[in-house]
Design a protein around this ligand. Structure first.
Ligand SMILES: Nc1ncnc2c1ncn2[C@@H]1O[C@H](COP(=O)(O)OP(=O)(O)OP(=O)(O)O)[C@@H](O)[C@H]1O
Length: 391
């Protein structure tokens, strides 16, 4: 177990500034995901933590001790990549034993058939074999120990790679997109296994992914990176429900959040000429963005309910995802403003109601997010009582 502290980590490659001052604390035993679009610097940060890459400036501490100058081995961190990097000519057992064999046995005692071992080396080899067996059982791959990597499925290979990292009893487990080579179904399965592995091992995990669903479903906390900056760190539900900026709201959640251009005017919010009963507390004429999650918009076939405001929507396309519908539309009075809705089907599998070409929708006032024109969140827009809504 280990606590990891990063302070103002900066890194450039030539003219390209990749990390622009990252400060982050990962608690003992925590599962933290580093998430962000391709090229935002996730892998670079992970490599810096592991010691494979050096930061230009900043400080890395493990359990309060600076490790900036320590070798990857001395940091005792395990790094698992997406491409497994298994040795094809070795068995699963030999692959898993590799880090211990290299670290604890001299050259002459490493080969599987090595003769004339000293009693001490023979004992070390027995200990290594026992550790490999124990980890293989933990990962449910003990029956594969004699096989070569080529004869394994992608998921089994990934488990071998995890096992090879685990045998060293690392204090910190770093993973770089470990599931991206697996098909969608297997990814969900191995995702669960990694979460279980985290729970059972009690180790500190730092997990890199560009897949927000992975980050949201696996982590205690998510750290969202964008162009070398940390946008927000927090529990998945906080990033989703309480995003610090429009960029966070946009990245987390699928289908993407609706961001509608609005203006503070006449004491309310004007959406392309429609007055919405939301008091922003902003100066008259201020341009803002109204964030609405697709699932917060409901069909309003019997008039707009109390505590909601209404929108007229033109349907453009409907995606049937089995249990739910994703409706792509636009505002009836402003066709250039798109709107996405996510509608749950009834338990019997039928759609809630057929989605007509043009329909009335409603949004609970408590579900809206408000952002300034620069994307920063505007604290809690106040919802007006019906009587206060400007005509
Ligand atoms: N060794 C290197 N030399 C030069 N540029 C590099 C090097 N390593 C990374 N970069 C650049 O740094 C930027 C960040 O790369 P990094 O791999 O950290 O991003 P990432 O967020 O992990 O992306 P992905 O999800 O695609 O793996 C990219 O523009 C990349 O081209």
């Amino acid at each position: 177990m280990a606590r990891l502290t990063l302070t103002d980590i900066k890194k450039s490659f030539g003219e390209t500034r990749v990390l622009k001052g990252i400060s982050l604390e990962v608690q003992d035993g925590e599962f933290l995901s580093l998430v962000g679009a391709s090229g935002c610097g996730k892998s670079t940060l992970l490599r810096i933590i592991s010691g494979l890459e050096t930061a230009d400036s900043g400080r890395i501490e493990i359990d309060g001790k600076a490790v900036d100058q320590a070798t990857p081995k001395a940091r005792n961190v395990a790094l698992v990549f997406q491409d497994y990097a298994l040795y094809p000519h070795m068995s699963v057992a030999q692959n898993m034993a590799m880090p211990l064999v290299m670290g604890r046995l001299p050259m002459r005692a490493r080969l599987p058939g090595a003769k004339f071992l000293t009693p001490r080396h023979a004992e070390t080899r027995r200990e290594i074999a026992a550790k490999v067996q124990q980890v293989a059982e933990q990962l449910r791959i003990a029956h594969l120990l004699d096989r070569r990597p080529a004869s394994l499925s992608g998921g089994q290979r990934q488990r071998v790679a995890l096992g090879r990292a685990l045998v060293r009893d690392p204090s910190l487990f770093l993973m770089d997109e470990p599931l991206s080579n697996l098909d969608a179904k297997l990814r969900v399965e191995v995702r669960r296994e990694i979460v279980e592995l985290h729970r059972n091992s009690g180790l500190t995990f730092v997990y890199v992914t560009h897949d927000q669903v992975e980050a949201m479903t696996m982590s205690d906390r998510v750290a969202l990176l964008q162009e070398g900056h940390l946008l927000q760190v927090g529990p998945p539900a906080a990033l989703y429900g309480d995003p610090a900026s429009a960029d966070v709201a946009r990245f987390i959640g699928s289908p993407e959040v609706n961001l509608l251009p609005v203006r503070a005017a006449a004491g309310a919010l004007q959406l392309a000429g429609q007055a919405l009963p939301v008091a922003s507390g902003q100066a008259e004429g201020t341009d803002l963005m109204l964030g609405i999650r697709p699932e917060a918009i409901r069909l309003a076939d019997a008039g707009t309910a109390g505590g909601c405001f209404g929108l007229q929507v033109v349907r453009r396309a409907v995606e049937d995802l089995g249990g739910e519908l994703v409706v792509h539309g636009s505002l009836a009075h402003a066709p250039d403003i798109p709107l996405r809705l996510r509608l749950q089907k009834a338990p019997d599998g039928s759609a809630p109601i057929p989605v007509p070409d043009t329909f009335a929708a409603e949004v609970p006032l408590g579900a809206v997010l408000l952002f300034a024109a620069d994307g920063q969140r505007v604290a809690g827009p106040a919802v007006m009582a019906r009587a206060e809504i400007p005509a």
